[in-house]
Ligand binder design. Sequence first.
Ligand code: CMP
Length: 139
Amino acid sequence: AVERTLSIIKPDATRRNLTGKINARFEEQGLRIVAQKRLQLSRATAEKFYGVHAERSFFGELCDFMISGPVVVQVLEGENAVARNREIMGATNPANAAAGTIRKDFAESIEANSVHGSDSAENAATEIAFFFAQTEIVG
Ligand code: CMP
């Protein structure tokens, strides 16, 4: 089925001017960017977005990193978009990411791993609504 997923191009990638190269990966592999904006996240917004990880040891560093520079938040649309995007991104830890994936080719570390993607259709709906009004998404 055609789905939508939330993607974030993280500060390590915007800092290295990789937005276009990452977007080309999505477009070449069957996903359409139906909403996109560049933001400087506040600490409060980062902590709220990653709230499910609040008890994890890496939560503070994760939030520090996510506010260390601009991010690009996007809605990607396509057939099985949630799973498709996870394939295109590769494993969370770039050391484990398959050849040809964004994280294998661009990520610096498990924290500075260039992109975020929703991990389920249910979380995708929540994460998309966190950043976008329906009127900002044009399919
Ligand atoms: P993301 O998909 O954005 O969701 C949570 C993020 O936490 C994850 O990608 C990683 O970038 C980050 N992170 C940092 N350290 C760790 C860790 N030790 N284990 C898992 N995720 C981590």
